[in-house]
Design a protein around this ligand. Structure first.
Ligand code: WT7
Length: 654
């Protein structure tokens, strides 16, 4: 299909309207009056209704630009809210997680009472290892129940954590451990992915060589693989929990201030150094539990599955903290969607009678490519609601998801948010909102989102511009760890008084928001945020690389794919071997997710006369578009040469 035809088709799909299904309206957690509620009243009432406070808050919020504080004076504990109080309320037998390992047949059912026992025992063990209120803890694990157990044990003790996605490299891990000054690391021997072991312990050993501040490494046994244990530093989790009490009174939940640090989560920005996004306790928990309740229409008997990885913010907010605070039964799955077969997800939906499924457009497109027959082999009639997150969803994928997974009856919530926002901010509400394929529709009640032009003025309907937020929200980031200047510079300096999201957007005549992707040097590959500069730094770190420029090009499955333009030292020519070597080099520096899909070797990069690399042109080249203005180039022939090479390389890649 030509690009023009694709655009026309997409337009026709975009113009479709899906009113809320009749059996939702009137039955859903959110009623239309929710949009009329007073901002202060709403967030006060939700906080009181949803959260158990040890000491009540005395003030809703304070906004001293750019920092907001919420629920001032309030004391609470996140673990108490996610676990203990449910057991006390008599629902200890309710299932917290249905867990499935990737190897078939490995299953566990964990009730809230089980979760409490495991968390208490592990928290007692951590306490013995010197972890207490304020001790920074790193967590590097896969999707096993011990991951939420570890996070909750930290929260119970008041120890802030940083979870590092298990797909990140040893280098990425040590950078994060050092930035947060972690004293303890929690990891596991290995995890399962695509039928092979992910050597988490081995990677973390490498990371710890470069993170001398970590004195103890606690290792969960998962795969049973052979790992070396370093005397005086490494301990097995199953050994240190042995003999520990599981009585909640043996390890009371530490009363935390609303504004105490709950966790840091690192995310890529426009420089080579990831930012430690700061999330605190009270506002975060209110924000994620409230949005989870209304947006996913979670009922007491729901089986909710967010198929993300806990290593990303989606997992923090909508696998662990939001759902558990709401006493939701969830599904936790360790592996990939096509192991052992492409129907694995649908077997899981059928087995546990999942009624709410939350995933990313890149996964939907992968299933689309594999064909609907895998879903058709299973009974998906339990599904009631579908969610999407991570990148703009193309209308085709939206409609396919609705028809082939949702049986044409489930509303879709396309939820826009970020690591920084902590909670969903732009989204339909099931039962209320008329949806359109490709639009995240409306700001959540009380969220003041707008699209502004270069001068910070709101653009009229239909116009495009920068997405900004003009009022604080409870789960918003409280800064970048130890970097006030970068916090101000990144989010608050472009338009005074407004939070700059970094996304382009437009609002249509109905007031619906359409997200258009990043406007900065950040790529979105399979819903993962990757900085062009970070990949460039990894490439030039290789001894033979003189210069590198990286950009994202459109990709049918992953949204964007990474293309690198590299010139080698001493006029060396590139080779397929060199390409493999450089891709592996990026994988070791950052992680496999950051590996370029294609590397174009070129003697020179297109630069302006002042020496700036023209990334815009490289993007045009990699997407096979007519080149934009080249008159400011120092040497216009450079780009023609690159174009020729890119075409040759692309055909080799295919
Ligand atoms: C960036 C944030 C939020 C959890 C996963 C990603 C893009 C996210 C949507 C959506 C269009 C979206 C934005 C945003 N994004 N959701 N529904 N529609 N774009 O978290 O890694 O912090 O990335 O993901 O570009 O800025 P993240």
């Amino acid at each position: 299909m030509t690009e023009g035809a694709y655009a026309i088709d997409a337009l026709l799909l975009e113009e479709r309207r899906y009113p809320p299904p009749a059996d939702f309206a009137g039955q859903s957690n959110a009623q239309p009056s929710i949009y009329e509620r007073d901002f202060d009243e709403f967030w006060e009432a939700e906080a009181r209704e949803r959260i158990t406070w040890f000491d009540p808050f005395t003030k809703l919020y304070e906004w001293e630009l750019p920092y907001a504080r919420w629920y001032l004076g309030g004391k609470l504990n996140v673990c108490f809210n996610c676990v203990d109080r449910h057991v006390e309320a008599g629902i200890g037998d309710k299932i917290a997680y249905h867990w499935e390992g990737e190897p078939e047949g490995e299953r566990r059912t964990i009730t809230f009472a089980d979760l409490q026992r495991e968390v208490v025992r592990f928290a007692n063990a951590l306490k013995e290892l010197g972890v207490g209120k304020g001790t920074p803890v790193g967590i590097y694990m896969g999707m096993i129940p011990e991951l939420p157990v570890s996070m909750l044990a930290c929260a119970r003790l008041g120890a802030p954590h940083t979870v590092v996605f298990g797909g990140f490299s040893a280098d990425s891990l040590s950078d994060r451990l050092n930035d947060m000054e972690c004293e303890v690391l929690i990891t596991q021997d290995a995890g399962w992915r695509k039928g092979t072991e992910v050597p988490l312990k081995r990677n973390s050993d490498e990371a710890l060589d470069r993170a001398p501040g970590v004195r103890t490494s606690v290792v969960w046994r998962r795969a049973g693989s052979d790992v070396g244990m370093k005397e005086g530093r490494d301990v097995w989790a199953h050994e240190v929990v042995e003999g520990q009490s599981d009585d909640p009174d043996s390890c009371p939940c530490e009363p935390m201030d609303s504004e105490d640090l709950l966790y840091l989560l690192y995310t890529s920005g426009t420089t080579a150094k990831p930012k430690g996004i700061v999330h605190t306790t009270g506002g975060y928990l209110v924000g994620v539990s409230t949005t989870h309740h209304y947006i996913f229409d979670v009922k007491p008997d729901s089986v909710y599955w967010c198929a993300a990885d806990i290593g990303w913010v989606t997992g923090h907010s909508y696998i662990v903290y939001g759902p558990l605070a709401n006493a939701t039964t969830g599904v936790l799955y360790e592996g990939v969607p096509d192991y052992p077969d492409r129907d694995r997800w649908w077997a899981i939906v059928e087995r546990y009678k999942v009624d709410i499924l939350y995933t990313a457009p890149t996964a939907i497109r992968a299933h689309m490519k594999w064909g609907p027959e895998h879903a058709e082999r299973h009974d998906l009639s339990s599904l009631r609601l579908l969610g999407s997150v991570g990148e703009p969803i193309n209308p085709e994928a939206w409609v396919w998801y609705r028809e082939h997974i949702g049986g044409g009856r489930c509303p879709i919530v396309d939820t826009w948010w970020q690591t920084e926002t902590g909670m969903i901010l732009i989204t339909p509400l099931p039962g209320i909102t008329t949806t359109k394929p490709g639009s995240a529709t409306l700001p959540f009640p009380g969220v003041d989102a707008a699209v502004v032009n270069d001068r910070g003025e709101e653009v009229p309907p239909g116009g495009g511009g920068y997405l900004v937020l003009r009022r604080p929200w409870p789960a918003m980031l409280r800064g970048i760890y130890k970097d006030h200047d970068r916090f101000v510079e990144t989010y608050w300096s472009r338009f005074p008084g407004m939070y700059l999201a970094g996304d382009g957007a437009r609002v249509d005549e109905d007031g619906d928001f359409w997200l258009m992707g990043r406007v900065d040097d950040v790529m979105n590959v399979s819903g993962h945020r990757i900085s062009t500069i970070e990949v460039e730094s990894a490439l030039v770190d290789h001894p033979q690389v003189a210069e590198a420029a990286v950009c994202g090009r459109k990709d049918e499955t992953t949204g964007q794919a990474i293309v690198a333009f590299v010139s080698l030292k001493d006029g060396e020519e590139g080779s397929p071997e060199m390409m493999t070597e450089l891709r592996e080099h990026v994988a070791t520096k950052i992680g496999k997710i950051a590996r370029p899909a294609n590397i174009v070797f070129t003697p020179e990069l297109p630069k302006t006369r002042s020496g700036k690399i023209m990334r815009r042109l490289l993007k045009d080249v990699s997407e096979n578009r007519a080149l934009g203005d080249t008159t400011t180039l120092a040497d216009p022939t450079v780009v023609e040469e690159i174009k020729d090479r890119a075409v040759t390389e692309a055909s080799q890649e295919a």
